[in-house]
Design a protein. Structure first.
Length: 136
């Protein structure tokens, strides 16, 4: 299950990136309520981060009611976890774009070329997601 990506060079701590990524995946419906997540060890291995970083992120999400731990069964998305409203999703997209703009600020970046790259990557991602939905 690939639902999360972290950026080791991002100034945002890895644990916060994991929390944000899981919230976003749930909010977008890529992870459904009741779905089992990888164990903290499995996710840590796949992301190549410390187990305790993932465990802490899972703990924060459990405290917020987003995840539920079931002893002997695993970690699951809470039945009360909700998809993001359009306005909330736009806020997340805006935050990602602000980070991208900050990363590129001061560089010799052609505005039109950048917009073209963003639109192209968005189309590819949406097409890939649509194709994945057909395979399931």
């Amino acid at each position: 299950m690939v639902f999360l990506r972290i950026e080791p060079n991002d100034p945002v701590p890895l644990g916060a990136q994991i929390v944000r990524g899981i919230r976003l995946a749930i909010g977008q419906g890529r992870i459904a309520a009741g779905e089992r997540l990888p164990s903290a060890r499995e996710l840590a291995a796949s992301l190549q981060v410390n187990f305790h970083t993932v465990r802490k992120a899972y703990g924060e999400l459990e405290a917020d009611g987003v995840l539920e731990f079931q002893r002997g069964r695993g970690t699951f998305v809470s039945a009360t976890a909700k998809r993001l409203r359009a306005a909330d999703l736009q806020k997340v997209v805006r935050e990602h774009m602000q980070r991208l703009v900050e990363d590129l600020a001061g560089g010799d970046v052609d505005y039109e070329a950048l917009v073209g790259v963003v639109v192209e990557e968005l189309r590819k991602a949406m097409k890939q997601r649509k194709n994945q939905g057909r395979m399931q």
